[in-house]
Design a protein around this ligand. Structure first.
Ligand SMILES: [Ca+2]
Ligand SMILES: [Ca+2]
Length: 156
């Protein structure tokens, strides 16, 4: 016992951990295009999105591109929709996964069905509301970066 207490005295415990005020690397947090779109469907400004708000938001977004009021979008028009509302023509969901009946057209119902699946996946606590925290994706690394974060010197 005496020896042990002498050893403990000889080796003072050092508290290690994040230094106070040390910034978290912001690149580890991101919103998937679909999650970002869902966040914009928050109609009452409480920063939470209900399924009803999402369905309504999808109707408005769909109608913005379906100017001919055809009720369905061809793949090209769907790419226009994706570019406008997801930020890129190739952003997910792809038209192939949305077009369930395989008629090469995306209906509003098909779009709502796909986003309903996103909703279920994001709603981690299953309370029927999507918070910003639930929509946030936290990644260990920057997209496409195979190594540790660089100090920025190589940026052009
Ligand atoms: Ca279809
Ligand atoms: Ca929730």
């Amino acid at each position: 016992m005496l020896i042990l207490s002498l050893l403990l005295q000889a080796a003072p415990i050092e508290v290690t951990g994040p230094r106070p005020g040390a910034a978290q690397p912001p690149a580890t947090m991101a919103y998937e295009p679909a999650a970002l779109l869902i966040a914009t469907f928050d109609a009452d400004g409480d920063a939470r999105v209900t399924r009803e708000e999402m369905e309504d938001g999808l109707i408005a977004a769909f109608n913005t591109i379906d100017t001919a009021k055809a009720g369905t979008l061809g793949y090209l028009a769907f790419a226009d929709w994706a570019e406008r509302f997801l930020g890129d023509r190739n952003a997910l969901p792809s038209p192939f996964e949305v077009d369930r009946d395989g008629d090469n057209r995306v209906s509003l119902r098909e779009l709502q069905t796909r986003f309903s699946e996103y909703f279920t996946r994001y709603d981690r606590d299953k309370d029927g509301l999507l918070t910003r925290a639930e929509l946030l994706t936290i990644r260990a690394r920057v997209f496409g970066d195979d190594g540790p974060p660089k100090d920025g010197k190589k940026r052009k």
